[in-house]
Design a protein around this ligand. Structure first.
Ligand code: UFG
Length: 330
């Protein structure tokens, strides 16, 4: 099968750029679409050899033109807002961009006969699960507008699949972390809210201290446990999902995690060991909406997509994140 062009929305963002690099290395011609609200052109410049169209997924005339201009068969759809706290404060922004924007994109795909979409979903669709590790069969009970916006899109995809034959894979990421092992790409969020980059920025002296949001959870050391999946493993899963759809695979949702969890304290200790620098921590109240534990059962992605994560040690994830951040520090 020849390699048709792939449209990567949010291609100048954190996970989107890593997936674009993996696709490029697999020989796929690419077009990146990013409105640069959260994406960063400097991140991909010189790394991804593809046109970067600066525009919005909600711009139907633009996406119609792209579908006409390029032989696009699959869309990898990353473009979205992804901060839980912000979604609680400004839900309209999340429903407008993540849901209405995606609906416009999918309708444009259907009108142009674009057959496949790989969608960035999230473990936030599960809410506060009672059973761990989380399998795809658990009910989806998101507890914030961000998680709800992603669940809504999964439902829209299901309906478009039934009505128009759109093939989709929804990839439910756990905590995306790390950076390209060769240091070509990494995490550059503004504002940054994620634990690992904040701890590393503190090690670099860019922040004074790291707050630990809650030390009284029902976990061994009292801090929250998360499943930190390497961003290059996420990228590889997107290539696998795209090839699965092109080979006629059935639509569905798949968890992507490392498969085991680490506490906030363990993350901080690992960052101190990797950087060989002490990190000042301060206790802070629980952050509203944080489940105590989230760990993934990734059996389905391994079995059905043939996905094998390469970086399954927190130490490696942190080392790659550190290499990228420290190099940019100059
Ligand atoms: N944390 C701190 N201090 C900080 C930042 C985070 O203690 O300064 C803690 C959080 O409370 C949490 C853990 O570190 O227990 C990880 O927090 P992140 O903000 O890095 O990531 P989240 O688990 O909140 O978010 C991730 C994804 C979201 C997704 C969510 C689902 O980034 O997109 O999981 O719960 F919605």
């Amino acid at each position: 099968m020849g390699k048709a062009t792939v449209l990567v929305t949010g291609g100048a963002g954190y996970v989107g750029s890593h997936a674009a690099l993996a696709l490029q290395e697999a020989g796929y011609p690419l077009v990146l679409l990013d409105n640069l609200t959260r994406g960063n052109h400097n991140l991909v410049r010189g790394v991804i050899d593809a046109p970067l169209i600066v525009g919005d997924i909600a711009d139907r005339a633009l996406t119609a033109r792209l579908f006409k201009e390029y032989p696009i068969e699959t869309v990898l759809h990353f473009a979205a807002f992804a901060y839980v706290g912000e979604s609680v404060e400004d839900p309209g922004r999340y429903y407008r961009n993540n849901v209405a924007g995606t609906l416009a994109l999918i309708e444009s795909m259907a009108a142009a006969g674009v057959r496949h979409i790989v969608f960035s979903s999230t473990c936030a669709t599960y809410g506060m699960p009672e059973v761990l590790p989380i399998t795809e069969e658990l009910p989806l009970c998101p507890i914030n507008p961000y998680g709800r916006s992603k669940r809504m899109v999964e439902q829209i995809l299901e309906d478009f699949g039934a009505a128009h034959g759109l093939g989709y894979v929804a990839l439910r990421y756990f905590n995306a972390a790390g950076a390209d092992p060769e240091g070509r790409l990494g995490e550059l969020h503004h504002p940054e809210t994620h634990l690992i980059p904040l701890v590393l920025q503190t090690a670099l002296g860019q922040c004074e201290s790291v707050r630990i949001f809650g030390e009284d959870y029902d976990t061994p050391d009292g801090t929250c446990i998360r499943d930190y999946v390497h961003v290059s493993d996420l990228a590889a899963a997107h290539v696998a999902a795209l090839e699965y759809l092109r080979a006629g695979g059935a639509s569905g949702a798949f968890n992507l995690g490392m498969g085991h969890g680490y506490s906030v304290r363990e993350v901080i200790e690992t960052c101190e060991a990797v950087t060989a620098r002490p990190v000042r921590v301060v206790a802070a109240p629980r952050r509203p909406g944080d489940p105590p534990r989230l760990t993934a059962d990734c059996g389905k992605a391994k079995r059905v997509l043939g996905w094998t994560p390469q970086f399954v040690e927190l130490d490696t994830v942190v080392r790659h994140a550190w290499r990228f951040l420290a190099a940019r520090q100059g």
